[in-house]
Design a protein around this ligand. Structure first.
Ligand SMILES: C[S@@+](CC[C@H](N)C(=O)[O-])C[C@H]1O[C@@H](n2cnc3c(N)ncnc32)[C@H](O)[C@@H]1O
Length: 369
């Protein structure tokens, strides 16, 4: 069976995100602001979840329809063959959103969608009651300008949850954004990557996994693993493929530094959990002593505070980073920050800039080649 999928992602990460879906054999991969759409079968569903580095989740699109009334919404939802997807005892919470639409009350839409699914399931499974005491199926809807999109979530926890960051330091970078930066920095199997403000190690770990072609979802579970229409062997095959693709011969090396010794310990632990502990080293060090090798690609997120005292401190660290890199030129430098004064403090204009979001916070990625 061929399905249509939508993978939401943060603005600016779409092109990096699309690559993973092409890699796993998805077809009709298209990119629009904040999402990647593609087609594929159950195998692609499993592989997309396991291999996607930059998107937030994989949604199975069940219906698109124009809905201006509750009746239209009800009819659109009941037209989906829910009985082919959900067993009679499925638990199926419904979540959604509405924007610039006549059906503006989300709770009201939510209850109509739920009612419509209940009606169709009762009919389809020939039962009078739905106990909802079985496996969890997550239904989502979105209504934008009166256009309904109805989905079944196949990921469960957001895909940024890789399963390696049990603990994080303050202001960690989101894993999916870190993966996008690593992609834009063109980290390869033989790269030497350094992060002078590594915190919990996210950028170093994402770089290592990318270099070793290690799928980010290998160490976690997805909600669709218990969806009855996705055969178990599909997941086994997808995991076997992900394991086979790991390139242990890659010479990649990742080095992280941070002033905070606790962060260093945490980063090393996270790297081990991520399966790249042997490729990543972490040291407690001040950025003022940063002297990267000239072969390095430096990818980092410097501290940036909201309070006034923090701002002055952040500016001083950006200056120190600029001086360290002027004295030790590297192959490529990729810095993400919400600080609009960054280039001034750093002392050099970026070759290229790109707007990216760390969660909801708008940032700029400054790229120096
Ligand atoms: C924005 S956080 C980095 C977060 C990291 N990317 C992660 O995912 O966890 C900035 C880090 O810079 C570190 N830091 C602050 N001052 C420093 C200095 N002078 N030298 C090196 N690291 C410093 C902080 O301890 C903090 O972990």
């Amino acid at each position: 069976m061929t399905y249509e999928f939508i993978a939401p992602c943060y603005f600016g990460t779409e092109r990096s995100a699309a690559f993973d879906f092409k890699h796993v054999g998805a077809t009709d991969v298209t990119v629009t602001d904040g999402r990647v759409a593609f087609r594929g079968d159950e195998q692609v569903l499993a592989l997309a979840n396991i291999f996607s580095r930059c998107t937030e989740r994989i949604l199975l699109l069940l219906k698109r329809a124009r809905v201006k009334t509750f009746d239209e919404l009800f009819d659109a939802v009941t037209s989906v063959p829910w009985e082919d997807l959900l067993p009679a005892n499925a638990e199926f919470p419904v979540k959604g959103s509405s924007l610039s639409s006549q059906l503006s009350s989300v709770p009201a839409c939510q209850s109509i969608v739920k009612k419509a699914i209940v009606e169709r399931l009762k009919r389809g499974h020939h039962v009078g009651v739905l106990p909802e005491d079985g496996e969890l199926y997550k239904v989502r809807f979105s209504i934008r300008k009166d256009e309904l999109e109805l989905f079944l979530d196949t990921s469960g926890d957001g895909l940024h949850k890789r399963g390696y960051r049990a603990h994080a330091t303050e202001a960690p970078i989101k894993e999916t954004l870190a993966a996008t930066m690593v992609d834009l920095a063109r980290v390869r199997g033989d790269s030497l990557m350094q992060d002078p403000f590594c915190g919990s190690g996210t950028l170093v770990i994402e770089a290592a996994q990318k270099a070793l072609r290690m799928a980010p979802g290998l160490r976690r579970h997805f909600i669709a693993e218990h969806y009855s229409f996705v055969p178990q062997q599909v997941w086994q095959q997808a995991r076997t493929r992900a394991l086979d693709e790991i390139d242990r011969t890659a010479s990649f090396e990742g080095i992280g530094f941070d002033l905070d010794p606790q962060a260093i310990e945490l980063a090393a632990r996270n790297a081990r959990l991520a399966g790249v502990g042997d490729r990543c080293r972490f040291f407690a060090a001040d950025v003022r002593k940063f002297a990267p090798d000239k072969r390095s690609i430096v990818i980092t997120k410097p501290p940036y505070g909201e309070r006034l005292g923090d701002l002055a401190g952040a500016a001083e660290l950006e200056k120190a980073l600029g001086e360290a890199l002027a004295a030790n030129p590297v192959q490529g430098l990729y810095i993400i920050t919400a600080d609009a004064e960054f280039e001034q403090n750093f002392g050099k204009k970026a070759g290229k800039r790109r707007k990216l979001y760390n969660g909801m916070i708008p940032c700029q990625l400054y790229m120096y080649f």
